[in-house]
Design a protein around this ligand. Structure first.
Ligand code: 5GP
Length: 193
């Protein structure tokens, strides 16, 4: 006779979404530096590196050909075109985190959230909202040092994404970073016990 050990299921995946520029990567980077139970997944992109970025920080930057090859080899759990570029999350990165008994945390766009939820229904989701579209635009320009060429597309997408915020487990407005981050941290800590 085999005895079954019941292990209480904790959240093993936390997905953070927000319009680009709302500050979600700062939330995810800060919390994963502070809480070693979490592992911030590095995803792949075909977009150009920004001035403060490097390989692996915050993405693995690859060419479109490399991306398409990986895609045809079933390398990605999920991939999507976001704005004008391709982004994807690999099985490898998620498995690496789980092999180390970490809770996966990642920031992806709203299309990716639906795919992850269908593959991992226990995943928890949080949506970070900017205080307004004007403030979002200002932050994107400041972050990039100049208006990015696809600024208008990004703002239109942001409005569409924000209309879906209610589909997430939790919504947090990033108005004052310290206040919003404290709220975010409390939420995540509750989930991972
Ligand atoms: P940015 O180019 O401004 O860093 O990111 C653009 C958007 O792509 C952000 O909303 C970011 O969360 C999202 N993103 C990053 N990696 C992935 C991914 O693997 N899958 C999906 N669907 N979105 C991603």
């Amino acid at each position: 006779m085999t005895s079954e050990i019941k292990i209480e299921k904790k959240t093993r995946m936390i997905i953070v979404a927000a319009p680009s520029g709302a500050g979600k990567s700062s939330f995810v980077e800060k919390i994963s530096a502070e809480d070693l139970r979490l592992h911030d997944i590095i995803t792949y992109t075909t977009r150009e590196m920004r001035h403060h970025e490097s390989q692996g920080k915050p993405y693995f930057f690859i060419t479109k050909d490399e991306f398409l090859k990986k895609q045809s080899e079933d390398f990605f759990i999920e991939w999507a075109q976001v704005h004008t570029n391709l982004y994807g999350t690999s099985y490898e990165q998620v498995n690496l985190a789980w092999a180390r008994d970490k809770v996966v945390i990642m920031d992806i766009d709203i299309q990716g959230v639906a795919t992850f939820k269908s593959k991992f229904p226990d995943a928890k989701t949080v949506f970070i909202l900017p205080p307004s579209i004007d403030e979002l635009k200002r932050r994107v320009i400041k972050r990039d040092g100049a208006p990015p060429p696809d600024l208008d597309v990004r703002m239109q997408n942001a409005e569409k994404e924000m209309a879906k915020a209610h589909e997430f487990d939790v919504q947090i407005v990033n108005d004052i970073f310290d206040r919003s981050f404290a709220e975010f941290k409390k939420t995540v800590e509750n989930w991972i016990g």
